[in-house]
Design a protein around this ligand. Structure first.
Ligand SMILES: *Cc1c(COP(=O)(O)O)cnc(C)c1O
Length: 419
């Protein structure tokens, strides 16, 4: 059975007492540990680590990472504004986006860095800012992700400029006298470490071709095991051949390329626990009968199981200690059949009972591994459930609220009623 990661049972109870459930609790210690590991990524000629803020964009996290020396990777113009609002210096923010914001000129004036992610984006940048410098995101032709949906490289992915269109990049750059100063590749989340390293070396071929490039950004995508039996990427291992490839390039060409990486999952995945309450225990009859724990949470806080068949540790904290266990399906509170946390590992449509501590209504149930793409990417407000609160377990062991629970009034505030 899985066990608690960052909270003690006492702290989990205190968290519910103080702020109610469902509640995300981030660990400041765990955030710092992961930031330091990322900052130790092997590199030959300097490293910038950008936190891919879409993983979890709360200002408290952005500020903490900024203080630790991380920069920011933003995926939309609104994320850039959010980072600026949190006090991140504009020069520390780079934007790689599917949709270039209407207010792009304002962000550029503030001093952010930009990676054009399509030929049309590069053309638009050239029209707006001829003679200036930007980066280009390429799709290196090879991808790797934990699932088909998290793979963002290769011919079936729309992310970045297809590597064979490099000549068109050169044409557009020449037309507007743009300096291509950065090349960016990001191939997916939960990548196979071997594929990641191979793509990194391929990316250096693009650097060879674009002579003004001084920085190569290899994106994120480092796989993190959430379940105890899942493997995590060792950055020291995958970074070593990349470092050597940078050195090789320098030996051949004299170009000392700066490395950037953009982890989201790696920095956040195991730093947060979603604290929920068992609302009800129900069973179905017959030979296929099952026991269900129904939570006061679910896809409104954690969508990854339904979306990707992602596996998250689930820990029942009973009111009084027991060694009794039971096989459960754990369901969320939405009136939606897909709102189940215990899905089979390969298929979000399938159900896979888990052996958990025997639960009763009112027991705490903690979902671990809830830091990346949980609070940030959920079925928010479905069934009109208010957005959950977020808290930080600080380094001195105190719990601080970092986002209040939403109210029904806030859900309704933009509705326009005629009568
Ligand atoms: C999402 C994203 C990342 C982070 O990916 P993880 O798998 O969370 O590490 C990095 N760079 C870009 C451009 C992204 O879109």
């Amino acid at each position: 059975m899985e066990t608690l990661r960052n909270l003690t049972t006492v702290q989990a109870r205190e968290a519910r007492e103080a702020f109610g459930t469902p509640l995300y609790v981030y660990s400041a210690n765990a955030l710092e540990t992961q930031a330091k590991r990322a900052l130790a990524f092997p590199n030959a000629f300097g490293l910038t680590v950008r936190y891919a803020m879409k993983a979890s964009p709360n200002a408290a996290i952005l500020k903490r990472f900024t203080a630790l020396g991380l920069h920011i990777d933003a995926s939309s113009g609104f994320e850039v504004r959010r980072a600026l609002t949190a006090g991140v210096p504009a020069g520390n923010i780079s934007l790689s986006t599917q949709e270039m914001p209407e207010f792009f000129a304002e962000l550029h004036a503030a001093g952010i860095k930009f990676n054009a992610c399509s030929l049309a984006q590069l053309e638009r940048f050239g029209q707006l800012f001829p003679g200036q410098a930007c980066g280009v995101r390429f799709n290196p032709g090879l991808g790797s992700g934990g699932t088909g949906k998290t793979n963002v490289g290769g011919p079936h992915s729309s992310f970045g400029i297809w590597h064979e269109w490099a000549d068109q990049v050169e044409t557009i750059a020449a037309k507007y006298e743009l300096t291509i100063e950065r090349i960016h590749t990001h191939i997916g989340s939960g990548s196979d470490p071997e594929v990641w390293a191979r793509v990194s070396v391929m990316s250096l071929d693009l650097v060879r071709r674009f002579k003004d490039v001084t920085t190569l950004d290899l994106g994120g995508g480092f796989k993190v095991g959430r379940m105890a039996d899942e493997q995590s990427t060792d950055l020291q291992v995958i970074g070593q051949p990349v470092k050597e490839a940078f050195e090789q390039l320098a030996a051949e060409t004299g170009r000392k390329i700066h490395l950037e990486i953009e982890p989201g999952t790696f920095l956040l995945a195991n730093t947060c626990s979603l604290v929920a309450t068992a609302q009800d225990i129900v069973s179905t009859g017959g030979p296929d009968g099952r026991e269900f724990i129904k939570l006061d949470s679910g896809m409104t806080e954690i969508l990854r199981p339904s979306l990707y068949a992602a596996q998250h540790p689930i820990v029942v904290i009973p009111a009084s200690e027991t060694t009794e266990t039971e096989d459960y399906l754990v369901a969320g509170h939405c009136c939606e059949s897909g709102d189940v946390l215990t899905v089979g590992a390969d298929d979000p449509e399938s159900l896979q009972p888990r052996t958990l501590t025997k639960a009763a209504p009112g027991d705490l149930v903690v979902i671990e591994g809830a830091g990346a793409y949980c609070s940030a990417m959920s079925a928010k407000n479905y069934n009109s459930f208010p957005e959950a609160a977020e808290a930080m377990l600080t380094q001195d062991g105190t719990l601080k609220l970092i986002r209040r629970r939403q109210t029904l009034e806030q859900i309704l505030q933009n509705e326009v009623c005629e009568d």
